[in-house]
Write a new protein. Structure first.
Lengths: 434, 117
């Protein structure tokens, strides 16, 4: 083991990296349950696509732009193609640089998949692949550099423990831009569109929470105090967000809803993400309550607008992340984090540093994503035709169904030698729909 | 009295429902069926297995109406269900011998007239 690498820290970070990677299929499940049955696979596949595209983009160039050098806006190209990323400890940590890269890669993947929530049920899969690759570099890597890689936000003192800037506000405000550029689903506002499998949504949220222990708990890059604090806060804040959501649901509709509970878990995890290693456990519980309120309001109000930000990434991630980033400015406590105090503990300047991030990150994410999708839209259509949208994305984009019964399916291939061919109806000769 | 049976695309079912409500046709049943009516088969692939789907998902409306409602019902089914491509479905109109409303024992035209109409 090279000098400076700590075995205990490395062991935890290996596990944490695997936990965060699991969050992407968990998100796939969460999203898939929220859409209509005919779009189940396509929705999940957008998350699977991020596993492929964002990982490759991150290894080739994204990681370098985020974490090579401390340039103000972007990093350098010194780590492009993983050049110089090996077993030596990453500066400022006690874990191998290669593992640090992998841990950060899982963040990039998940964040890219999050944005898909804005455009499900109508965006062309090919266009999404292109978008995901470019977005992970042009938006995620840049914001990650600002907050984590020595960029201007980190340099001027913004505290962001596990990604309130690049992950939560980055995905949430990009999602708003994506929804505006791609446009609403044809059925949006015309007919009731219901989640087709609430159990998927609950299981997905549960697995997200589980993975979030690696996401926040690993963002101290050690098994030491910041990691432990973040880990425990990741238990406390979502629990309080859940309880708050129960109350809000009761007041609004006299029922505590399951889809609401699943949403609350995500909102609580998002809220605590930037603050996890910076605030005391009791303030983390308060943050769970505080983060739920604006997120709930945005979910209720957004559905009354023409903006079909389909799976409410803006509310659950953008707004909850915004709340968490600001919350640090009030209640950060040097006694717990060893770094800085917030306004309530005598350091008003920290709130200013946080507010700057809460303005800059949404502005960049929204603007860059808007421009990127407009550009892709010039080259190729962003969405399928209305007819294809009606048929469902699974059949149109993937030639599969999530719930295929096999009834009426006639075997075409493979032709097994020795098995006598049974009578098959002739293929229909109807004209191909244009 | 006639029984109007309309077989339509599942993704058009909501528009058919709207059209039926607009035509003030309020009593009907709806079921999911699978069928084949000359449209091009869909090919799907699962790992090494490629299949041709001979049966397409459809939605079947069964609507018992008095004679003056037959044409509006047919129009609603056509308006709501049409895309112009093969596979839009069919409408069958058949004679009804007898209708009984179970709750009241009303028969025939009274039984197919919606409550409160």
């Amino acid at each position: 083991m090279p000098p400076g690498v700590n075995a205990g820290d490395t062991a935890w970070m290996l596990a944490a990296t695997a936990l965060v990677l699991m969050m992407t299929p968990a998100l796939g499940l969460f999203y898939a349950g929220l859409v209509r049955a005919k779009n189940t696979l396509n929705t999940f596949m957008m998350c699977v696509a991020a596993l492929a595209v964002a990982t490759i983009a991150w290894a080739v160039i994204g990681y370098s732009l985020a974490f090579d050098g401390d340039g103000s806006i972007v990093g350098g190209l010194g780590h492009a193609f993983l050049s110089g990323v090996a077993f030596e400890p990453r500066d400022g940590t006690t874990i191998p640089h290669l593992l640090f890269f992998a841990f950060q890669a899982t963040f990039c993947i998940l964040t890219t998949a999050l944005v898909a929530g804005a455009v499900v049920e109508r965006m062309r899969f090919g266009a999404f692949l292109v978008f995901a690759g470019l977005w992970s570099v042009l938006v995620y890597a840049v914001l990650a550099h600002w907050a984590f890689g020595g960029g201007w936000l980190q340099a001027q003192g913004t505290l962001d423990f596990a990604g309130g800037v690049p992950v939560e506000m980055g995905s949430g405000f990009s999602a708003l831009a994506a929804a505006l550029v791609v446009g609403a689903r044809k059925d949006y506002g015309r007919q009731a569109i219901l989640p087709h499998n609430s159990i998927y949504v609950l299981v997905g949220a549960g697995l997200l929470w589980f993975g979030w222990f690696g996401f926040n708990g690993g963002s101290g890059f050690s098994a030491g105090e910041p990691g432990v604090l973040a880990f425990v806060n990741t238990l406390l804040a979502p629990a309080c967000a859940l309880a708050t959501w129960f109350v809000l649901d009761l007041l609004r509709s006299r029922h505590v809803t399951a889809i609401g509970a699943a949403t609350a878990i995500v909102v609580g995890c998002v809220g605590i993400t930037p603050a996890a290693g910076f605030i005391s456990p009791m303030w983390a519980m308060a943050l769970g309550v505080v983060a739920a309120l604006p997120a709930y309001a945005v979910i209720v109000l957004r559905t009354r607008t023409r903006v079909d930000e389909t799976l409410d990434v803006l509310a659950a991630h953008g707004v909850a992340g915004f709340t968490g980033i600001l919350f640090i400015g009030f209640v950060a406590e040097a006694a717990w984090n060893g770094v800085s105090d917030g306004l309530l503990y005598g350091n008003a300047a920290q709130l200013g540093d946080q507010a700057l991030a809460a303005l800059a990150a949404p502005a960049y994410a929204f603007g860059a994503t808007f421009a990127l999708l407009k550009l892709i839209g010039v080259v190729s259509p962003l969405r399928v035709t209305a007819r294809e949208e009606a048929m469902g994305m699974d059949v149109v984009s993937h030639g599969e169904e999530a719930y295929a019964t096999g009834e009426g399916a006639i075997l075409v291939e493979p032709i097994v030698p020795g098995v006598p061919e049974r009578a098959r109806p002739e293929p229909a000769v109807a004209p191909v729909p244009s | 009295m006639k029984l109007v049976i309309g077989i339509v695309r599942p993704d058009k079912a909501n528009e058919v429902l709207e059209a039926l409500y607009r035509a003030e046709v309020r009593g009907f049943s709806m079921s999911r069926v699978q069928g084949h009516g000359g449209e091009l088969d869909r090919v799907e692939t699962y790992r090494g297995t490629t299949v041709r789907l001979g049966l397409a998902e459809k939605v079947r409306f069964e609507i018992a109406v008095s004679d003056e409602f037959v044409e509006p019902t047919i129009e609603a089914l056509c308006d709501g269900g049409r895309t112009g491509e093969v596979g839009d479905g069919k409408i069958f109109v058949v004679e009804l011998e007898q209708v009984v409303r179970i709750r009241t024992g009303e028969t025939d035209n009274l039984a197919v007239t919606p409550v409160g109409a």
